[in-house]
Design a protein around this ligand. Sequence first.
Ligand code: SAM
Length: 520
Amino acid sequence: MKHPGTSSGGKPRTPRNPAKSTGTGRNFRNSRTGYAYRSKTRRDPARDVAFQALRRVDQDHAYANLVLPGLIERARLHRRDAAFATELVYGTLRLQGRYDAIIGLLSDRDIAALDPELVTVLRMGIHQILQMRVEDYAAVDTMVDLARDRLSAGPAGMVNAVLRKVTEHDLSYWLDAITSGLTGEKALSRAFSYPEWIVWALRDALVATGRDAGELPGLLHAQNRPAYVTLCARPGLISADELATAAETYLDADTRLGELSDCAVVLSGGDPRRLRAVERGLAGVEDEGSQLVAKVLAAAPVTGVERTWVDLCAGPGGKTALLAGLARSRDVSVIANEVSPHRAELVRDSTKAFTDQIVQVLQGDGRDFGGLHPGKADRVLVDAPCSGLGSLRRRPEARWNKSATDLKDLTALQQDLLRSALETVKPGGVVGYATCSPHLAETRQVVETTVKNRADLRVLDAPAVAREIIVNSEHDLGPGPYLQLWPDRDGTDAMFLALIQKKSPTEAPKQSETDLEIRQ
Ligand SMILES: C[S@@+](CC[C@H](N)C(=O)[O-])C[C@H]1O[C@@H](n2cnc3c(N)ncnc32)[C@H](O)[C@@H]1O
């Protein structure tokens, strides 16, 4: 099979593969992840930090993005080493399914019978050899040292033997080897390192949104690449241009403005927390797809004078803060609701640049909100808790922590939250139902089950609303009525948005308008 980003054929690899990617990709000036053999000392600090982080994720089910910064800080890694450790951790986690298949070919024991710490070292080594700009000898030697240091001499010998065999061939050879005899989704699952149920889910979602199943490998590849950090310049507080200038000046980063959201500033690198605008809440880290979801909801047609918007599942508050900026300019206030006390605090922090008159944060179960505040809001956002299959670029371990059975509870919760939102919105108002997952069970099926037989509701054409406000009006957002963004097509997380309007009382309900075709 052909795999994006690899050369064809299974030739023995040259000592240094110029096609190797750092994984950080697209032509920004200051990419600094190139990293060779750092020292001859036993414990290479960057690799040791990566090992510890990977063990915490494996053992304690920790989130890489939460444990890694602390480990980097404690080890006092410099910027280049920190970038190396980050790439090693994220890349190893994403591609561990592929690497486990290679280990399976090279080991005489089943991978489940191997010491998990040894498996971690092997995965790290294979990632450096096949994916990173690290010389083979450096990858092998440092991993042998790490195994000797963290494990013992026996496993170090196995690390040496396995990794040396890996260096004998290039990525293309190994992809052919691990997919030999497999076809279709099984082969894609192996090669691109996804659980098979996710491959099927992404395929079904692609096809349902009018795309070709042949685009699936490109999507899987895109979800394996790290996402650029994107900032949102909150409307009325700072402009995207001002924010970009600040990032270039203080982070020494290259920037580009968004193609979809006029608030978006994409960074080539740098720690955005160091920006005063971020510290003061004038801007925040937020994927362009998430920004677009909030902006499209704010742009949807509603009737009557607007007073209140509600964000039903607000934590940690990225979309609330963007909505607040837009609401302020229209003399509207925002109520942000969040069930988790900790995340409600995060919403307060995200919206600290706005007064209490603009944003009020409540802590409570969103499922009860509609019953408590019926007809309260002109616009309601339900950014529902979901499987997160659309943000795998940012959550490297997520694909391994979720299972298809998790979806049952999630979709029940999503339906309850959507029903509550529909109670909260006043006639003539609009509910935006969003997920950072393209899974059909969490997206259109939730919407279609909920609006079925409700003559008082209509589903609006979300891509049509989006087209009116996106920066590049030529950008193809696919057919409506739902907006489904894709990392490979749009460069965003795979966010979903449905806009549902509650008809105003003067409108005679027409049953045909809600007779959506439900796909089983
Ligand atoms: C996808 S996140 C929302 C992200 C947020 N809109 C943003 O842009 O920062 C979903 C949120 O829903 C919250 N949540 C889960 N169950 C909830 C419930 N029953 N009521 C309200 N919020 C809930 C989660 O704690 C989580 O913070």
